[in-house]
Write a protein that binds this ligand. Structure first.
Ligand code: NAD
Length: 476
C-alpha cells in the first residue's frame, strides 16, 4: 500500500483504496492509504511547524531541490507517463507529454527563488526610502482534480515551494499514483521534513479538514464549481487567500473564411483529445452558416476514423472516460441534448474492447441552440455540440453566452475578426486558429467568472498567489 507523507515520514493507515485502471478494471494500479481527519490535522501541524525555517531557506537550496526533482521527472517521463495513462486513461503519448511538462514546470520554478527581486523606491517624504519585497504566505493547501494528475500538482506545488511556503497536498481520489510519485521525487530531492505533506483520501473528509483549519493560510484548488464554492465559503470566515480553477464551456468559433482543415483539426483536438476531460475543452462549436455543413461533415468524418480504446495500446486516439459515474454523466448529457432537439450526428456509443473499461466513442451533436443544457453545463467527456450562427457578431455574442470564461477560440483568416475576438471574448485565454485546449507552462493560466477566482496560475504571475507583498519604510 502506498503510504501518506506526513512530517517527512511515510505513514500507512488501516484503510486503503484501490487505484483502478479505467481502460481495464481488472488492473489495480496500486492501493493508496486513506487519510482521515487525524492524519490531515497531523499534516497541517507538520506544515505549520516547518513553515518558518523553510521560509528562511536560501534561494539556492530551494532552487536546487526543484531542479533535481524536475530532472528526475523528465528522466522518468516514459515510466511515469505509463503510470499516468494507466490510472487516468490518457493515451500514452499525451500522458508522457504531461509528465514532461510537469518536469519542465519544476525546472522553470527552480529559477524563481533566484529571480525574485523586490523594488527600492524613494518615498514622497524626504529622507525616507521604501523597499517592496515578497515573502511566503505560510501553509498552502493544494487540492487537485484527476484529469491532469501530474501537471496540475506540479504547477501548484512548485511555485508554492519556490516562494518559501510549506504544502499540504490532497490529490483526487481517482488518480493518486502520479501524486504519490511526485511527492516521493520532491522528498528525495531534499525537502526538509514537513515542507511537503501528501494526504491521499476522500475530499469530504481530508479536503474538508483542510478547509476548516485556520492554520492553512491559503488554498489553491482545481476541480468542479461545486467544490470550488465550498472552498470559497469555508475560507471566507477565515479571510483566507484562495485560488480557484474550475470548469469551462469553452467556445470555438468557426467563421466562413476559416481554413477548413485547420478548423477541423482545432475542433477535434480541442473537443475530444484527452477524452474531452479538459477544463479547456472546446465543447461548443459555434459555426457560421456558409461553412457549417462542410465543417460538420468533415468533423464527423474525422471522428468516425478515430480509434477509442485502451490508453496503452498503439493506435488509440481516444482513451477511456475516467470511471463509470463520469460515463453515465456523459451519456445523460447526450440523451438530454437529443431530448431538447439536438441531433446526434456521430458517436456517443459505449465501445466494447478486449478489456472491460469505460469507453465512449466521441459524440458530435448538431442543431443545438445556446439555451440548451448541452451548451450551458460542463459535460467533461468526449462530447461537443454545434451551434449554427449567421455571422461574426452572432458568433461572438453566442460565445459569450455562458457563465464560464476559461478559454475561447476562433478560426478565421480575418485579422479584423481575430483582433476583435481577442478583445471581446469574455475569457481568461483566447486562441486564434488553435484548439482551446493546450497551453504553455510559462505564461498565465486561468479564466473569468465561474471558471476561476483569484490570481492567475503558472509562470511569473504565480507569485501573486504564492507570495505576499511587504512594504517597508526606512528613515535615513
Ligand atoms: P472535484 O471538485 O470533484 O474534486 C476536486 C478535488 O476536490 C478532489 O481532490 C476532491 O477530493 C476534492 N474535494 C471534494 N470534496 C471536497 C471538500 N468538501 N472539501 C475539499 N476538497 C474536496 O473535481 P474533479 O471531478 O476531480 O475534476 C473535474 C473538474 O475539475 C471539472 O469541473 C473540470 O473542469 C475541473 N478542472 C478545472 C481546471 C482549471 O484549471 N480550470 C483544470 C482541470 C480540471
Amino acid at each position: 500500500m502506498k503510504p501518506l507523507l506526513i512530517g517527512g515520514e511515510w505513514v500507512t493507515t488501516s484503510h486503503g483504496l484501490p487505484n483502478v485502471n479505467p481502460s481495464d478494471v481488472s488492473d489495480i494500479v496500486d492501493v493508496h492509504a486513506q487519510a482521515g481527519r487525524s492524519e490531515a490535522e497531523a499534516a497541517i501541524a507538520a506544515a505549520t511547524a516547518a513553515a518558518p525555517a523553510w521560509g528562511r531557506t536560501d534561494p539556492q537550496t530551494r532552487s536546487d531541490i526543484l531542479h533535481r526533482a524536475g530532472e528526475e521527472v523528465l528522466r522518468r517521463a516514459d515510466e511515469l507517463g505509463r503510470l499516468l495513462a494507466r490510472e487516468e486513461g490518457k493515451v500514452l503519448r499525451d500522458a508522457i507529454a504531461e509528465v514532461a511538462r510537469a518536469g519542465r514546470i519544476l525546472r522553470y520554478f527552480a529559477g524563481e527563488p533566484l529571480r525574485t527581486g523586490g523594488q527600492f523606491l524613494p518615498s514622497v517624504r524626504p529622507g525616507v526610502n521604501i523597499e517592496i519585497t515578497r515573502e511566503p504566505v505560510g501553509v498552502v493547501g493544494i487540492i487537485t482534480p484527476w484529469n491532469f494528475p501530474m501537471a496540475i500538482p506540479a504547477w501548484k506545488i512548485a511555485p508554492a515551494l519556490a516562494w518559501g511556503n510549506t504544502v499540504v497536498f490532497k490529490p483526487a481520489e481517482l488518480a493518486p499514483g502520479c501524486a504519490w510519485a511526485l511527492a516521493d521525487i520532491l522528498q528525495r530531492a531534499g525537502l526538509p521534513a514537513g515542507v511537503l505533506n501528501l494526504l491521499t483520501g476522500p475530499g469530504s473528509v481530508v479536503g474538508q479538514t483542510m478547509l476548516d483549519d485556520a492554520r492553512v493560510d491559503a488554498i489553491s484548488f482545481t476541480g468542479s464549481q461545486a467544490t470550488g464554492a465550498r472552498v470559497m465559503a469555508a475560507s471566507a470566515p477565515l479571510q483566507r487567500k484562495v485560488q480557484l480553477e474550475m470548469g469551462g464551456k469553452n467556445p470555438l468559433v468557426v467563421l466562413d473564411d476559416a481554413d477548413l482543415d485547420r478548423a477541423v483539426a482545432a475542433a477535434v483536438d480541442g473537443a475530444y483529445f484527452s477524452t474531452g476531460q479538459r477544463c479547456t475543452a472546446s465543447s461548443r462549436l459555434i459555426v457560421t452558416e456558409r461553412i457549417h455543413d462542410r465543417f460538420v461533415s468533415a468533423v464527423a468524418e474525422r471522428l468516425a476514423g478515430l480509434r477509442t480504446g485502451h490508453a496503452l495500446e498503439d493506435g488509440t486516439d481516444i482513451g477511456p472516460v475516467v470511471d463509470e459515474a463520469q460515463l453515465r454523466i456523459d451519456e445523460a448529457a447526450i440523451a438530454r441534448a437529443r431530448a431538447q432537439g439536438g441531433s446526434l450526428r456521430v458517436g456517443g456509443d459505449r465501445v466494447t474492447q478486449a478489456t472491460e473499461g469505460f469507453f465512449l466513442s466521441p459524440a458530435l451533436i448538431t442543431e443545438t441552440t445556446s439555451d440548451m443544457a448541452i451548451n450551458r453545463e460542463e459535460v467533461f467527456g468526449p462530447v461537443a455540440s454545434v451551434i449554427r450562427v449567421r455571422d461574426y457578431d452572432e458568433a461572438l455574442a453566442t460565445a459569450n453566452e455562458t457563465d464560464f470564461g476559461l478559454c475561447a477560440g476562433i478560426c478565421t483568416e480575418s485579422l479584423k475578426y481575430a483582433s476583435d475576438f481577442k478583445r471581446n471574448a469574455r475569457a481568461g485565454m483566447v486562441m486564434v486558429n488553435l484548439p482551446t485546449a493546450g497551453v504553455d507552462y510559462h505564461v498565465p493560466f486561468g479564466g473569468t467568472r465561474a471558471s476561476s477566482f483569484g490570481p492567475r496560475e503558472q509562470g511569473a504571475f504565480a507569485a501573486e498567489f504564492y507570495s505576499s507583498v511587504k512594504t517597508a519604510y526606512t528613515a535615513s
